[in-house]
Design a protein around this ligand. Structure first.
Ligand SMILES: Cc1ncc(C[n+]2csc(CCOP(=O)(O)OP(=O)(O)O)c2C)c(N)n1
Length: 281
């Protein structure tokens, strides 16, 4: 069923705020990961501002859903979403990337609301699986005696990151443990740091691969809120298997003149800043 238009509009507006705040952070720190931060921004917005169960006023709530951003370099839109949600003061944005600051250029658990410290790619899905399995400890049982996990775990991974073998170890283990409270979302923005994923190490077709590993798998437009929300809700319904959402995204999505270029890491010039603020009004 289609979602309320007002909800979709609100999410789209929030995603603009998230991207704008990410731009401000990158300017403040004079460096950042604009491409992968922007490609995942709509997925993060849908999760943090609608789908996930969490409470910035009760941050350690045991039953909170977990968001693990395995491609932890894409930290700016994670920080922007958490700041917007009220996990910490937006004042922190101004010290992003600076010596001694809380907000550094890879996500770290010292930041309120961040669940995963990363940087070395390939590890987050294993961590997320561990969290998904931990949700069964002391969990209530259904009528057949099966543990009903106390929370869900959402893990964003990169297409370049998927070159790492450890991703596929986690994929196999998650099926073995029937971790149906685990949702992996592939931010398929077609680029990694040094070029396209196709020319570096082609792992396509993604859907066939995840299905072959036994996961409940679908493919969506990762910038279409209706599609994102529907995919997340369907993942709740399908039991007995972990879930993969292959999200087609655009690197640097949100500022037309940046899109499809591999703006992977760097600063934002005055000219780029003006373009970004115009596009994200
Ligand atoms: C184990 C490891 N190898 C290499 C790197 C360096 N590195 C940082 S980002 C990146 C590219 C990642 O590509 P992708 O997962 O597609 O991320 P996105 O394009 O969304 O930024 C690489 C190779 C790293 N952080 N960790």
């Amino acid at each position: 069923m289609a979602h309320d238009e007002k909800l979709i509009q609100k999410l789209a507006e929030t995603a603009k705020i998230i991207r704008r705040d990410a731009v401000e952070m990158i300017r403040a720190g004079k460096l950042g990961w604009i491409g992968g931060s922007f490609s995942q921004a709509d997925i993060i917005t849908a999760l943090v501002f609608h789908h996930m169960k969490h409470d910035p006023k009760n941050q350690e709530m045991a039953e909170r859903d977990r968001l693990i951003v395995s491609k932890a370099h894409c930290c700016e839109t994670v920080y922007a979403a958490l700041g917007e949600a009220g996990y910490f003061s937006k004042e922190l944005y101004r010290s992003y990337g600076q010596m001694g600051a809380t907000l550094q250029a890879h996500t770290e658990r010292i930041v309120p609301g961040v669940e995963y410290s990363g940087g070395s790619l390939g590890e987050g899905l294993s961590f997320a699986l561990g969290q998904a399995l931990a949700a069964r400890i002391d969990a209530p049982r259904d009528s057949s005696g099966r543990a009903v996990p106390r929370y869900r775990v959402f893990c964003i991974i990169g297409d370049g990151e998927s070159n790492e073998g450890q991703i596929w170890e986690a994929v196999m283990a998650a099926l073995h443990y029937k971790a149906d409270n685990l949702v992996a979302i592939l931010d398929h923005n077609k680029f990694q740091s040094g070029g396209t994923v196709e020319e570096r190490l082609n792992m396509m077709p993604w859907v066939d691969k995840w299905k072959a590993f036994g996961w409940d798998t679908i493919e969506i437009d990762g910038h279409d809120f209706e599609a994102i929300l529907t995919a997340l809700e369907n993942a709740d319904k399908a039991k007995g298997k972990p879930h993969a959402i292959i999200a087609h995204t655009i690197k640097c999505k949100g500022v037309p003149s940046f899109e499809h270029k591999n703006l992977h890491f760097g600063n934002i010039s005055d000219e780029m800043y003006a373009e970004a603020m115009k596009a994200l009004k």
